[in-house]
Design a binder for this molecule. Structure first.
Ligand code: F6R
Length: 519
C-alpha cells in the first residue's frame, strides 16, 4: 500500500495500540503510517482493495484527506475526504483522470472537476471516477467547469507569484466590480448571496469569522457594515469562534471570509454558526470549496488563483466585496437614502485606477526597502478604518521577511508600546487623508520625538507628512471608506522587496502552508 496523507489522525495512538497488539511493527512515529497498516490489515483478512480502503477511512478520526494505492491494482487510486479536511479536486480528462488538492495543479490538463465532499471516497482509474459515501452509497457528483485561464496560474514576467499577484490586483479589483454594479442606477447586484429585503431587515447582528489576513479584511468590513448599514458587527477569529459560545440565532449572520475556503478553523466556525441556527454567508476565492458550498449565500472573490503563500489580492477583493455588501444591506433596510447610495456606488468606479497608480510607485518603494533591509523590528500604526491595515502590513512583513513586526492601534501607543520606540525601532504610520489624519500626524510627531525612523503612508501632496517623516510611501487620494484598498498596497510591496533583498523565498516562506486545513 502507498498512502498520501494530509491531516492528523486524531485517534492514531488508539489505532496504533490495536495494530501493535496484533503484532504489526511500526517503522516510524507518524500517524500516517497507521493508515497503511490498517489498510493492509484489512486486505490480509480478505477484503478487496476498495473494501479495505473504506474500512480504513471509517476508522480514522479528525480532518484528513487520504489517497491509497495498492501494488496489486496499480491503475487505481482511492481517495477520501474525512471530516473538514482540505480539498480533493478530481479532474476529468480524456483517457486520464487527476487528483489534486487544489485547482491550479491540474488546470493545464483539464477544467472539468469534481469536488469531493466530506465523508466521501472516490475510486479513480484512467477511464472513470466513481464516488461513494463512506457508508457505501453511490453519489452522482456535480461536474464543475473552471473558467480560470491556465496562464493565470503561471508567473509570467514576474520574479515571484507574490509580486505577480500584487500587480494583478488592478485586474482583480476590476473583475470584482464587473457585472455587480449598475453605475447608472447606483445599484449593487450580488445574486449568489441570495439576499432579499425581508432577510436584510431581520438581521440583528453579524459575526465575521476568518483567520490571518482574511480576519484583517473582516475588521475593515466591520467598519464598513456598521457605518453604512448600521448593523452591529463583531469580528471573531476562526480558531476562537466555536469556543466563545457566540450569541447566534436565526437573525444572526455568520460571515466567513477565506481565500481557500478550506481553512479548518474557519470551517469549524461556520459549522458552529450552522449548529446554532444562524444565517451562513461566505466570501471565498476558491470556487467550489467547502466554505462556498456550505454557505446559504456567498460572494465569490474574482481574483483568480492565489499561489503565493502570503495573501495579497485575496485581501483587497473582500474589502470591496464587503463595501458592496454594506451598501446592499443598507439599501434594503432603508438605512441610506438614494443620494448616499449613488455616491457610495460611484466611488467604486475609482478603485482599479487608484490601485494602478500605487503600482506605478514600486521603484520608489523598492528604494525605501533597501534602507530598511537590516531592521530588527518595526511597529505599524493605524487608526480607524486603516487600523486593520497596520495589522496586515505587519503580518506581511513578518511572514515573508522574518522580521518581527507589530501592528497596533495608534491611539494605544501611549498605554505601553511607545516604550519600544528608539533609533533602532522604525515606525510605519498609516496617515492617509481620512478622518483620523490629524491624530496620525500627532503620532508621527511623537515617534520622531523619541528618535524613531518614521515611514509614512500618505496621500499625494500631503506636505505636512512629507516634512515630518523620514520616508513617505505615496498613495493617490481615495474616498476614505475605500482607502484601505489603497493603503495596503505599498505595504505589500514594501514587505515583498525587503524579503527579496534579504534573499528569502517569498512564495514559500518557512513553516507556512497556503491553506491551513488542520486545526
Ligand atoms: C497571510 C495569509 C494567512 C491566511 C489565513 C487564512 O498572508 O495568507 O494569514 O490569510 O491562513 O487563509 P484563508 O483565507 O485561505 O482562509
Amino acid at each position: 500500500m502507498v498512502v498520501v496523507h494530509n491531516g492528523i489522525v486524531e485517534n492514531f495512538l488508539e489505532l496504533k495500540d490495536e495494530l501493535t497488539s496484533e503484532g504489526i511493527v511500526f517503522n516510524s512515529d507518524t500517524d500516517t503510517e497507521t493508515i497503511v497498516h490498517l489498510a493492509e490489515n484489512h486486505k490480509a483478512s480478505g477484503a478487496g482493495f476498495e473494501e479495505a480502503a473504506r474500512r480504513t477511512f471509517n476508522q480514522i478520526e479528525g480532518a484528513n484527506v487520504v489517497l491509497l494505492m495498492s501494488i496489486e491494482e496499480p491503475d487505481k487510486i482511492i481517495a477520501a475526504r474525512i471530516g473538514n479536511a482540505g480539498g480533493v479536486v478530481l479532474g476529468i480528462g480524456e483517457n486520464e483522470n487527476y487528483l489534486a488538492s487544489d485547482i491550479p495543479a491540474i488546470l493545464e490538463h483539464t477544467r472539468k472537476v469534481i469536488f469531493l465532499e466530506s465523508r466521501q471516497m472516490a475510486v479513480v482509474t484512467r477511464d472513470g471516477i466513481r464516488i461513494e459515501t463512506l457508508d457505501g452509497q453511490v453519489v452522482q457528483p456535480e461536474i464543475h467547469t473552471i473558467s480560470f485561464d491556465a496562464v493565470s496560474a503561471e508567473k509570467g514576467e514576474y520574479r515571484h507569484f507574490m509580486q505577480k499577484e500584487i500587480h494583478e490586483q488592478v485586474r482583480a479589483l476590476t473583475d470584482t466590480l464587473a457585472g455587480r454594479i449598475d453605475f447608472k442606477e447606483g445599484r449593487i447586484r450580488l445574486p449568489e448571496l441570495k439576499l432579499t429585503p425581508e432577510l436584510a431587515k431581520r438581521i440583528q447582528r453579524i459575526y465575521i469569522t476568518a483567520c490571518g489576513t482574511a480576519a484583517y479584511a473582516g475588521m475593515v468590513g466591520k467598519y464598513l457594515i456598521e457605518k453604512i448599514a448600521r448593523i452591529p458587527v463583531e469580528v471573531v477569529i476562526g480558531s476562537e469562534f466555536r469556543y466563545s459560545d457566540p450569541i447566534v440565532d436565526e437573525n444572526t449572520v455568520v460571515l466567513a471570509i477565506s481565500q481557500s475556503g478550506e481553512t479548518a478553523d474557519t470551517l469549524a466556525a461556520m459549522e458552529e454558526g450552522r449548529r446554532k441556527g444562524g444565517i451562513l454567508w461566505s466570501i471565498v476565492n476558491a470556487i467550489g470549496s467547502q466554505a462556498m458550498r456550505i454557505a446559504d449565500g456567498y460572494i465569490a472573490m474574482q481574483t483568480g488563483p492565489e499561489i503565493g503563500v502570503a495573501s495579497t489580492k485575496a485581501f483587497t477583493a473582500p474589502l470591496v466585496d464587503q463595501y458592496m455588501l454594506a451598501i446592499l444591506l443598507a439599501n434594503m433596510r432603508g438605512a441610506i437614502d438614494e443620494k448616499t447610495r449613488r455616491e457610495l456606488v460611484a466611488d467604486l468606479r475609482l478603485v482599479p485606477d487608484l490601485a494602478g497608480r500605487v503600482m506605478d510607485t514600486e521603484a520608489e518603494i523598492e528604494k525605501v526597502a533597501h534602507t530598511l533591509k537590516d531592521i530588527r523590528g518595526c511597529l505599524y500604526l493605524g487608526r480607524g478604518i486603516n487600523m486593520p491595515i497596520a495589522y496586515e502590513g505587519a503580518l506581511k512583513l513578518k511572514e515573508i521577511s522574518y522580521i518581527h513586526a507589530e501592528g497596533y492601534p495608534a491611539g494605544e501607543m501611549k498605554h505601553g508600546p511607545i516604550a519600544l520606540i528608539d533609533e533602532e525601532m522604525p515606525v510605519l504610520c498609516l496617515a492617509p487623508k481620512d478622518p483620523w489624519h490629524e491624530k496620525m500626524i500627532s503620532q508621527i510627531q511623537q515617534a520622531k520625538a523619541r528618535g524613531g525612523t518614521v515611514i509614512a503612508v500618505a496621500t499625494e501632496g500631503d506636505e505636512l507628512v512629507k516634512g515630518m517623516a523620514d520616508h513617505v510611501l505615496w498613495i493617490p487620494e481615495a474616498p476614505w471608506m475605500l482607502s484601505p484598498v489603497v493603503t495596503v498596497l505599498p505595504l505589500q510591496m514594501l514587505a515583498y522587496h525587503i524579503a527579496t533583498i534579504r534573499g528569502l523565498d517569498v512564495d514559500q516562506p518557512r513553516n507556512l502552508a497556503k491553506s491551513v486545513t488542520v486545526e
